[in-house]
Design a protein around this ligand. Structure first.
Ligand SMILES: [Zn+2]
Length: 155
């Protein structure tokens, strides 16, 4: 059985963005309307529904600067939302039909391996990565754009 937790974007980052209307790189977030259910809100870890308003901004999902510590565009709901539990303790079923990627990192933020999730079966790839002692955490990312969704750790 899989023992892992999925961390959403922190409440702190979400609140700071909405209060200052600046991301941590100084950019003004862009307000958009979701057109499809193709993407996931990084704060509540639910898929956007068409017509939902969301903020696009730049985020670096690493604590330290480093060669693999890339920053990129992410979306959150404009309205205050929150995940079902924080952290999540199960992989959301509504993610299974999306093209998603798992990328494994060391505790020094070195990139170890990556794997496209096949047939929605994230758990087998997560288990395989966490069986390697050098893997400290995993990023859930978009399988086509590579954009960051969430951080997965051992429970
Ligand atoms: Zn949300």
């Amino acid at each position: 059985m899989s023992k892992f937790i999925i961390h959403p974007l922190s409440k702190e980052v979400s609140v700071e963005l909405k209060q200052t209307m600046r991301d941590r790189f100084g950019n003004e977030p862009k307000l958009e309307e979701a057109q499809s259910r193709r993407s996931i809100c990084r704060r509540c870890l639910s898929r956007f529904n068409p017509g939902e308003r969301r903020l696009l901004f730049k985020y670096r999902p690493f604590e330290k600067e480093g060669v693999f510590a890339e920053a990129g565009p992410i979306y959150i709901h404009e309205s205050d939302c929150r995940p079902a539990t924080e952290p999540l303790t199960e992989y959301p079923n509504e993610f299974r039909e999306l093209p998603l990627l798992l990328r494994a990192y060391t505790d020094e933020d070195g990139q170890v391996d990556s794997q496209l999730i096949k047939h929605g079966d994230a758990e087998s790839s997560i288990d395989r990565f966490f069986a390697k002692p050098e893997v400290a955490y995993i990023h859930l990312r978009d399988g086509e754009s590579g954009c960051y969704y969430a951080r997965i750790e051992r429970a």
